[in-house]
Ligand binder design. Structure first.
Ligand code: BV8
Ligand code: ZN
Length: 247
């Protein structure tokens, strides 16, 4: 069933010089990073939408930081999987291949991905909650020195430098991601396609005339909007497609 779809996608990619890839938590699943909306993605009795918000953080910064500290500790031991590796290779192979990720685990960074746009930020970066003017800083300490951590510039409360629900994405990231919709093939991989504005990109790419394809374990709201929906694990399907590209 997937055989001819994989061949069709490979044929499209072979003839393209501008490719854009959107990734979600499904790309990191094989690395052992829990997804948000699949099984195992939950933490204690909370959902991401309950904790990844400025309101939750102002109400209980320690609880939200315990969730992030748990995720940092778990992800610190995770390595890029074959899906990250193929995407990193493609980011350097095509004439221009942009990789737009919703993931905050930085596994695309670890895999050496070029032209990476991290629209939701990074678990490994912190910023000043009181917005004293300090620029976001990287802190990969596991465990964190103090919980909750404080801003090195003003001593105030620090926050994870990620985009929470109800917060706008960084202007530059939105601009780069939107510009990346100008492409010949737009590939959405491992995302449930429910979080906006990232989930809107595949529609924007289609509107601009790109060939759109989805690789995901299960159908999503994007499946009916793309020209080609391939259901299966990205860590197996991407190496298969990559093999078809190198004669
Ligand atoms: C904003 C960072 C303006 C933190 C995250 C328009 C319409 C509807 C709603 C909205 C809208 N505009 C704004 C909203 C509200 C909201 C939203 O979209 N809500 C949803 C839930 C309905 N959006 C926002 O608030 C955004 N801000 O729009 O600003 C604004 C300003 C003020 C007021 C209003 C609006 C900000 C969104 C960013 C939120 N931050 N994360 C953190 O991570 O801690 S989102 C979070 O979800 C993660 O970043 C994650 O990446 C993202 C998306 O999840 P997925 O990556 O798709 O992961 P998921 O688990 O859902 O799915 C994984 C998929 O992989 C599954 O389908 C599974 O089957 C598949 N899979 C599993 N294993 C594999 C696999 N596939 C392949 N291979 C495998 N092996
Ligand atoms: Zn500060």
């Amino acid at each position: 069933m997937n055989e001819d779809k994989l061949e069709r996608l490979a044929a499209r990619l072979r003839g393209s010089s501008r490719v854009t890839i959107l990734t979600g938590a499904g790309v990191s699943a094989a690395s052992g990073v829990p997804t948000f909306r699949g099984t195992g993605g939950l933490w204690r009795q909370f959902r991401a939408e309950d904790l990844a918000t400025p309101t939750a953080f102002s109400r209980d910064p320690l609880l939200v930081w315990e969730w992030y500290a748990w995720r940092r500790e778990l992800i610190a031991g995770c390595r890029p999987n074959p899906a990250h590796e193929v995407i990193a290779r493609w980011s350097r192979t095509f004439n221009r291949c942009m990789v737009v990720t919703q993931n905050v685990d930085d596994l695309h960074v670890k895999a050496g991905t070029a032209n990476l746009v991290r629209v939701h930020g990074s678990l490994w970066e912190l910023s000043c909650w009181v917005e004293c003017g300090a620029l976001p800083w990287r802190d990969e300490a596991v465990p964190l020195e103090t919980l909750p951590p404080s801003c090195p510039a003003c001593g105030g409360l620090a926050r994870p430098a990620v985009v929470w629900f109800g917060e706008s994405l960084p202007q530059h990231a939105v601009a780069e991601a939107t510009e990346a919709c100008e492409c010949e093939v737009f590939l959405t991989i491992g995302t449930s396609a429910v979080v906006y504005p990232a989930a809107g990109l595949v529609h924007e790419a289609r509107r601009r005339g790109a060939f759109t394809a989805e690789i995901n374990l299960e159908p999503t709201p994007a499946s009916d909007a793309v020209e080609l929906a391939i259901h299966g694990p990205a860590d197996q399907l991407l190496p298969d497609i990559a093999k078809r590209l190198t004669p």
